[in-house]
Design a binder for this molecule. Structure first.
Ligand code: GAL
Length: 447
């Protein structure tokens, strides 16, 4: 087994421990699902469902509305419309990056007996701990077998969507979280190169600030965005092994390197736009696009945002790992799963077949900013940024994301998100650290 596989296995292990609680990240609301009535537990199989007869409808549930996201989804919908012209697709979309608003709506629908036919969900604890162990999802193992897919996805990704030897969703992509994006013209005009350490970042930020340019764009209206920034800083201070450990509950939140990460984040906050709490992630990316800010740290859905706005990677914008994180790759995978007791079982399987196909992944990922989940997808169609992500995914230490994951039990997500959100305004290192440490213990996320 390669070290990459070992780290992916650790990643899978991290993402499949946990409690049976739904966390609604930004709203702070939680719901505890209880399993639906027993029907629908038969393993799903293409074209031979035990659910109600297929109609000509399909309801999908997503939160992709920003530039790049919407285009990627539309590309899959176009393929679906071509291959299944008789099926009318309704997208029950709930805007809000990272599912910050969709999570609570989905929970209400699932627990209220009104599930969408298929929905977008991160592989890992968000899928497994929230919806699989609680009995809400249909296994797709037979469907994978029928379609000859068992060797078409990396085992490590399938591990993230599996439980008790059954597979429960179809990965459509691999996103990289924690990328530093920069406006090439601003960097060139100011003779700045991509900072590789936080010290270099602060030197560059001082130079930019002196010129009246906002060094770092941030839009944390939905809260997960500042948690995402914090996890990148945390990774830079802990390194990949202990970063995994902190989410696994084996490295304590009282560690001095956490203090260091929060102290660094407090300093970073002095270089961000004053209106950060009113902007979404893509509005923050827009500041870089417009040239009022030089940098943004975000997942590579931001590349989809830039290219959908006419920017070319390498000439209009550049990228680098977040300072201090070179050699690590924060993995996020978007997947679609199929709940029990849905109205349009056969159509849902047709949708899953489309998102899991080479054709679907080749259409979706170049627009979305992600790289394909399938091992046999066409890698030659990707731009310079995504080629770098393909290489790094194959060679880096793979680690999980809490902000787009979560990396640990879902119950911990709301308290840590809220603690970091408060921290972005009060900048109280001691208070944030003790609040997070206490939440880790009380939710059971710490061993
Ligand atoms: C992530 C998701 C991405 C992208 C991003 C912003 O959590 O995995 O696909 O949509 O949120 O919405």
């Amino acid at each position: 087994m390669t070290s990459e596989m070992v780290s992916l296995r650790r990643l899978a292990g991290l993402l499949t421990v946990g409690a049976l609680v739904v966390s609604a990240c930004s709203s702070g609301s939680t719901a505890t699902p209880s399993a639906p009535a027993a029907s629908g537990s038969t393993p799903a199989s293409a074209g031979s469902s035990s659910a109600p007869a297929a109609t000509s409808d399909l309801e999908i549930f997503t939160y992709w509305t920003a530039g790049g996201e919407a285009q990627g989804l539309a590309a899959i919908e176009d393929i679906f419309a071509k291959n299944y012209p008789g099926i009318k697709v309704t997208n029950a979309v709930v805007a809000g990056g990272a599912g910050s608003n969709a999570t609570a709506v989905l929970a209400t629908r699932m627990t209220g007996g009104n599930p969408p036919d298929t929905f977008q969900i991160h592989g890992g604890a968000e899928l497994i701990d929230t919806w699989v162990t609680t009995g809400y999802m249909q296994p797709l193992t037979q469907f994978y077998t029928d379609n000859g897919w068992l060797d078409k996805f990396p085992k490590q990704l399938l591990d993230l969507v599996s439980y008790n030897n059954d597979i429960y969703s179809v990965p459509v992509n691999v996103h990289r979280n924690g990328v530093l994006w920069f406006n090439k013209k601003i960097f060139t005009d100011n003779n700045i190169s991509a900072p590789t350490t936080w010290d270099e970042f602060f030197t560059a930020a001082d130079a930019l600030k002196a010129k009246g340019i906002t060094p770092l764009a941030l839009g944390d209206k939905d809260k997960w965005e500042s948690l995402q920034l914090f996890e990148d800083i945390l990774l830079s201070k802990l390194g990949p092994a202990d970063y995994r450990g902190i989410w696994a509950g084996t490295v304590p939140w009282t560690d001095a390197r956490v203090t260091d990460a929060l102290t660094t984040m407090a300093k970073v906050m002095s270089y961000v736009n004053a209106d950060h709490a009113t902007l979404t992630w893509d509005q923050a990316a827009g500041l870089v696009l417009k040239g009022t800010a030089a940098m943004n740290i975000m997942g590579d859905w931001e590349k989809g945002y830039y290219t959908s706005n006419g920017w070319t990677p390498g000439s209009d914008f550049g990228w680098a790992p977040a300072p201090g994180t070179a050699g690590s790759f924060i993995v996020v995978t978007d997947t679609f799963g199929m709940p029990k007791n849905i109205k349009n079982q056969a159509s849902a399987l047709d949708w899953l077949k489309t998102v899991g196909s080479v054709e679907g992944q080749d259409a979706f990922n170049p627009k979305k900013g992600s790289i394909p989940a399938r091992v046999d997808a066409d890698k030659s169609i990707y731009d310079a940024y995504s080629q770098s992500a393909i290489t790094d995914f194959a060679t880096n230490e793979l680690v999980p994301s809490e902000a787009n994951g979560p990396a640990t039990i879902p119950a911990f997500l709301t308290p840590i998100t809220d603690a970091i959100s408060v921290f972005t305004t009060d900048l109280n290192v001691q208070s944030a650290q003790s609040t997070i440490a206490a939440a880790c213990t009380s939710t059971g996320a710490c061993k």
